[in-house]
Design a protein around this ligand. Sequence first.
Ligand code: AMP
Length: 215
Amino acid sequence: MKLILLGAPGAGKGTVAKLLTAIDGSVQISTGDILRGAVKAGSDLGKEAQGYMDRGDLVPDSLIMGIMGDRLQEPDCAGGFLLDGFPRTIPQAEALTELLTKLDIKLDMVVSIEVPRDVIFDRLCTRRTCENSDCQEIYNIKSMPSKVEGICDKCGSAIVQRADETEEAIGHRLDTYNDKTAPLAGFYEKSGLLKPVTGTSSDAVVSAIKAELNI
Ligand code: AMP
């Protein structure tokens, strides 16, 4: 399947993407994960992105399009992909449309996962992430703790609170989402690709997507 997952930070895009990859082997492409990996590796991309990310600001569109232009041409994308956290601005969505046309790729659907702001705020404040950039498994100290406190079940690395998941940065990320990313729903509605889903549970979102795609 070839999907875009839209939704505020904390709406569950990453969790839904991971559940969907298990269905047909489509790959999850998270620009946030790619950027965090670059910051950890200390690459030029990471050095340029880090300040924006720590403040909860968006990284410039040109950097993101550079990443995605390469990523979508990697062989594993031929079997399908789930775009998680991209596009995030109208210029990114326009550039993606051009890129997909050039690569002769057709999207199946744009899923907008809709969750109330207070639920999201609470989820993000209690979210923890595996610090291993090749893993980045997500936990929640209230609803989905690891088996051993502070240690990732999957890879044994430390589980940490992200620098952009303090209350102040979360508030700023949600405002940025409302300003810059929420208008994408209108953009994709016009192209007939938009499927809004109320994201109360990730399993319910996955079931709605499967029903829509008849799989
Ligand atoms: P996420 O893990 O998707 O919440 O992304 C973490 C941070 O990475 C965001 O707050 C942005 O600073 C940056 N980022 C991720 N994806 C994008 C994107 N498509 N456009 C701009 N910045 C992004």
